[in-house]
Design a protein around this ligand. Structure first.
Ligand SMILES: Cc1cc2nc3c(=O)[nH]c(=O)nc-3n(C[C@H](O)[C@H](O)[C@H](O)COP(=O)(O)OP(=O)(O)OC[C@H]3O[C@@H](n4cnc5c(N)ncnc54)[C@H](O)[C@@H]3O)c2cc1C
Length: 325
């Protein structure tokens, strides 16, 4: 581990200033991901900016009926408004990690956690995401856990966050601040696909801080659900998961949002599945059509073809649960 300077930020402005002045500075929130990356020599920040003293941990109502969740709000958050109005988010949070880690992990850190690809996490392996241009050891190694959608010849890693998948189904926005002021990033646009530059993981700029996650009051959000398939019942990342949110009007689906986790390098919006649902009653035929369409464009490798049927199955289960029988 290399030495770094520790700074306890007194306000958001100070955190942003240190980020702007030091190209390899990093913010630390819960530290559940960053500390292991530093320990293992994968990240080597010159400065560690501790933001835990900042006033960013509140959940508050927005004037339009939506919700704002502060970036430092812990993943163990218990809030009736989240449970009642955005159940998919409450379920996704509960499905992640262990109670101890959820007590520490924050919303901001969860969205920016790094991939769990074993070749990224062990510096001895080639990894374009960690060391641009070094290659991708996963392509000739074990790819049973890797992505089947949105991959490139440079990277096949899977995005690990459950929370981000739920937020995509809720059409959330990320409120950020940098030296040039505040802006909102739609959750769809926060994470990048790897393409030829997998090291450029997010559209958040190096000198920007996440302030909050904003949930708009969409009619579909109350009828939403998360299903996650993993190796064991707790403490495991998703092999395939689905967050679904459906608005019914007059017995038919007026709008829907379907997002997949565990199968792509970013939360994967299954728009073909949404098109297969919209305008139809939420019945078995519509659900089967959506489940099939959810994996349109999938390009599995020989040892992860199972993920195609798994992804379809989590979509089917999540929608069937919403149907209510
Ligand atoms: C054993 C284990 C199992 C896990 N299982 C799951 C799981 O099933 N599902 C799941 O979703 N996650 C899982 N996780 C991951 C865990 O949820 C994340 O480590 C956690 O959410 C990260 O949050 P943090 O606050 O600790 O982030 P940190 O480690 O503090 O930071 C992570 C990254 O975010 C940046 N950052 C943090 N806050 C901000 C901010 N406000 N603005 C800008 N940048 C910021 C940091 O600079 C760093 O790059 C697991 C982790 C472990 C260790």
């Amino acid at each position: 581990m290399e030495p770094f300077q520790y700074i306890r930020a007194r306000d958001v402005g100070e955190a942003i200033r240190v980020l702007a002045d030091n190209p390899t500075a990093a913010v630390i929130a819960g530290g559940t991901d960053l500390t292991t990356l530093i320990r293992d020599g994968i990240r080597r920040p010159s400065h560690l900016i501790d933001i835990n003293g900042l006033d960013l941990a509140e959940v508050s109502a927005r004037p339009d009926g939506g919700l704002r969740i502060g970036a430092l709000c812990r993943n163990a958050v218990s809030d009736k408004r989240i449970e009642r109005n955005f159940p998919v988010l409450a379920e996704a949070l509960r499905s992640g990690a262990s109670p101890q880690i959820r007590n520490r992990a924050t919303f901001g850190g969860n969205l920016l956690q790094r991939v769990r690809c074993p070749y990224y996490r062990v510096p001895e392996f080639a990894c374009n995401r960690r060391d641009p241009g070094s290659g991708c050891a996963a392509l000739s190694g074990d790819s049973s856990r890797q992505a089947i959608l949105g991959t490139s010849g440079a990277c096949v890693a899977v995005h690990p966050s459950d929370c981000a998948v739920a937020l995509q189904a809720l059409d959330a926005e990320i409120l950020v601040r940098g030296p040039r002021g505040e802006r909102r990033i739609p959750i769809d646009a926060l994470h990048r696909l790897p393409g030829r530059t997998p090291a450029e993981e997010v559209t958040l700029r190096r000198d920007e801080l996440i302030l909050a996650v904003e949930l708009p009051p969409r009619a579909s959000s109350e009828r939403s659900h998360y299903v996650k398939f993993r190796d064991r019942a707790s403490y495991a990342f998703s092999l395939a998961s689905a967050a679904v949110a459906v608005e019914l009007r007059g017995g038919r689906i007026r709008s829907s949002r379907i997002s997949l986790g565990g199968v792509a390098p970013k939360p994967w919006r299954a728009e073909a599945a949404e098109r297969a649902l919209n305008g139809r009653p939420l019945d078995k035929d519509a659900i089967d059509a959506a489940a099939k369409a959810a994996t349109n464009g999938a390009a599995p490798r020989p040892d992860n073809t199972y993920k195609v049927s798994l992804a379809r199955e989590v979509v089917r289960q999540a929608l069937t649960e919403l149907k209510g029988d």
